[in-house]
Design a protein around this ligand. Structure first.
Ligand code: SF4
Ligand code: FES
Length: 239
């Protein structure tokens, strides 16, 4: 027999001056392999047409469906109801980002600012010549870059971060991973001194308190704390 689920959703439209944050409860039957994306789709199609949430790929690739599920930031499309003993769930928008409405937040503005702050692009001193064949790089360096490039900018590490709660301008694990990614890339000519200029302060590498929330919750299981600790060691040597 299928379980009966209670889904509580924090609903609020900050664009509507007459609206106030409220928890709205919905009941539904659990089905096999029911993800929270499918829960929200069911609620929107059958119970609450105005409900706002973000979803694009439904496959853990785009990072847009991150939200707080029973107190923990998770991807709605990759989190199944039957992985929980409980049958009552509370869904809230991802903390640390501008609320658009209900479960929809604007991670894009924050990510754009962070990417600009850490200059998250390959820096070279010669113009690209597309007539030349690709430059070979060491396979270990390529593996390192590919590993760190798996970040989907979902924002879960930011929402899980105690430092981000205290320091609005903290670049978060995602920002520090960008630096680690470009520092590992042999195509990028930047020196450690130049990376220090970008993140050598309390809103960068020295702000992290190693609380581990980022790594505990990262849906791509990136080695965030390991990389941050290594980067901090390198930056301390310059300071
Ligand atoms: S590091 Fe992990 S949690 Fe943070 S944005 Fe990237 S994929 Fe999401
Ligand atoms: S919808 Fe793309 S990660 Fe969930």
């Amino acid at each position: 027999m299928s379980r009966k689920l209670t889904i509580n959703i924090l609903e609020y439209d900050p664009q509507d001056p007459s609206d106030r944050p409220k928890i709205v409860s919905f009941k539904m039957d659990e089905t096999p392999s029911l993800s929270f994306y499918l829960v929200l789709k069911y609620i929107k199609e059958h119970l609450e047409p105005d409900l706002a949430y973000d979803v694009v790929c439904r496959a853990g690739i785009c990072g847009s469906c991150a939200m707080i599920i029973n107190g923990t930031p998770r991807l709605a499309c990759k989190t199944l109801t039957n992985n929980f003993k409980e049958t009552e769930f509370t869904l809230a928008p991802l903390a640390g980002f501008a609320l658009i409405k209900d479960l929809s937040v604007n991670t894009g503005i924050w990510m754009k600012g962070m990417n600009k702050r850490v200059e998250a692009w390959v820096h070279q001193n010669t113009p690209m010549d597309i007539s030349k064949i690709e430059r070979k790089i060491d396979p270990d360096a390529a593996d390192e870059v590919f590993e760190l490039d798996r970040c989907i900018e979902c924002g879960i590490c930011v929402a899980s971060c105690g430092t981000k709660l205290m320091r609005e301008d903290f670049v978060g694990a995602v920002g520090l991973m960008k630096v680690a990614r470009f520092r590992a890339d042999p195509h990028d000519i930047r020196s450690d001194e130049e990376f220090y200029e970008l993140i050598g302060d309390d809103n960068g590498i020295f702000g992290c308190m190693s609380l581990m929330g980022c790594e505990d919750n990262c849906p791509k299981e990136l080695p965030l704390q390991n990389k941050i600790a290594y980067l901090r060691k390198k930056m301390v040597e310059l300071g």
